[in-house]
Ligand binder design. Sequence first.
Ligand code: ADP
Length: 191
Amino acid sequence: MSSPCQHELIKRHAACVVWFTGLSGAGKTTLALALDDALRCRGVHTAVLDGDSLRLGLNSDLGFSPEDRATNVRRTAQVSKLMLDAGLVVIVSLISPQAESRDQARSLFNANQFFEVYLNTPLAVCEQRDPKGLYQLARGGDIAQFTGISAGYEVPANPDLVLQTHQYTISECLERLLAMLEPALKRRSVN
Ligand code: ADP
């Protein structure tokens, strides 16, 4: 039943999910945090779900097998849905290498509520950045099932936005993200 006190009336913007996918080091966390800052400065109510943080708690029982990665995405999508229902703009930063899992995540939401953002950054660039030193460990055989090295990444077929983070600065990526989101945030199901 529809309440006269809809979240979007209280918050003054619509809710949506921005789902960053891409290799480790592509820039998911960096852009998620930059977007979070930019939106909050505009008075938007946000939440960030970062894969690394989730693996410390909610998903601490999971490893990196294909099954566990699918569970990782499924749980994150379900939490995103709960947060969206509470009226938030949810920013997800998760490698999410499997197309089927990402599609299942999308299927939880209405059209115009879910934005898949593919950070299309070449493996060589990610490996050179290696912000967490993980590629070095993976190349040395100290991390198994590492995306891009010893585990696959399925490139999104129809992402809502593709960002080449090796060609654009963080500010340029942010501009494109905000331009994509502007109409969605204004859209209201109630007046
Ligand atoms: P991920 O979360 O995808 O593993 P991180 O955000 O942790 O990646 O690391 C990405 C690194 O790349 C950071 O050191 C960041 O400063 C750098 N970087 C350079 N250009 C960009 C860009 N345009 N967008 C995002 N990150 C960038």
